[in-house]
Ligand binder design. Sequence first.
Ligand code: AMP
Ligand code: GLY
Length: 438
Amino acid sequence: MSDMNHRGTGDCARILVVGQGAREHALVWALARSPGARALWVAPGNAGTGMEPRTRNIPIEPHEVDALTGFVRQEHIDLVVIGPEAPLVLGLADRLEAQGTAVIGPRQDTARLEGSKIACKRFCQRHGIPTAPARIHEDPGDALRDVARCLLPVVIKASGLCGGKGVIIATTREEAETAVRKLAQLPGGQEGLLVEECLQGWETSYIVLAQGTTYVPCPSAQDHKRLQDHNRGPNTGGMGAFSPAHRVTAELEERIRHRIIEPTLVALAHSGHPYQGFLYAGIMVDRAGNPHLLEFNCRLGDPEAQVILFRLVDDLRLIFEATVQNRLGEVRWTSGPEAALTAVLAASGYPETSSGSGPIEGLDGPDETPDLKVFHGATRMENGQVVCVGGRVLAVTGRGASLTQARDRVYARIEHLWFAGMQYRKDIGHESANGLPH
Ligand code: AMP
Ligand code: GLY
């Protein structure tokens, strides 16, 4: 394994962000505020990223590893920030490092923590990281025999990446058998299945920026995964988020750090796979206040990134520069005292389909203030007009002295936004929407 000191030593002035969602727009927006960011590119970006200062979109998709590495060489890019998981799992970070480019995002072997739920479960079992007990099945027949007699409810998971569709909670034996058959058909399910004990409690997430065993925690943020108000409807990538998440107490944070984050970073470093980038732990907190790991993501969450970055008062470029130069211990991740909240406006058909079209109205409406920002997700510029391309289209993000003030600002702005089929939750940040202990 190469020395992490070789990952980058110069100034990170020319930066490429890989991805196209509102998370990537928030990353670009935060980086563009740094006086030291001389030029920014986004691959492929969206209509919003293309409007940020000193920023250009380039028509290369996140999975086009050869094209991306070639572009980075040609443009003498100093730092690449990888937003989504797919290019990490394809080994984009390894390829960039091999040519001497500094990267925020883990290597392929480490990204398996997200890319393979079987690898992640075995890692937790080996290192004593609290997680739901699970049985691993490479053969769907074995999984079927397992669910024919296991305790109910039970959680069935496909091992590989499934775009958020790889987990089913079954309450009856019939549902469990159907789930096994369904997940075994998915490409991610062909890598194996997990039959896992269903944990009770409430969910949260914890995100850190790590480099080896050094890390800085991001502020707490709470996602809203279900499509509709009062946590109804299908699971999505996230329909809104707020920060800070008041239920994440200092004591809980400490438990998460000591029982989950630190043993993970230490085990990875000791096995010669030091982590570099954002590490996102999805967590279930039980009645006794103990955290259990549901999953790791090797990236910032979307929409958590929008609220976390909106609250950041430090220079993100300098934090990234310190990370790739092995100096993360010298910097801080300081968040402003205000609360931030983001509500996602999604296209009709989301999350089942991610198609959509038509103009978005109201983007030139009320001027954006320092306390409000409309981050773009699935948007594109067509003939000078911003159009929706389906999925999660906009993330309207606001800040306020209180969560209520942030929420009021966000929903007042949404009143002026419209596109055909627009759907959004009206209860982001409401107590009842955060999944009370169950
Ligand atoms: P994952 O992709 O593993 O985070 O799973 C997606 C969602 O499924 C989580 O956010 C939880 O709501 C739920 N989930 C996953 N594993 C479990 C479990 N063992 N017990 C209860 N719920 C779970
Ligand atoms: N919001 C959850 C995720 O990004 O996976």
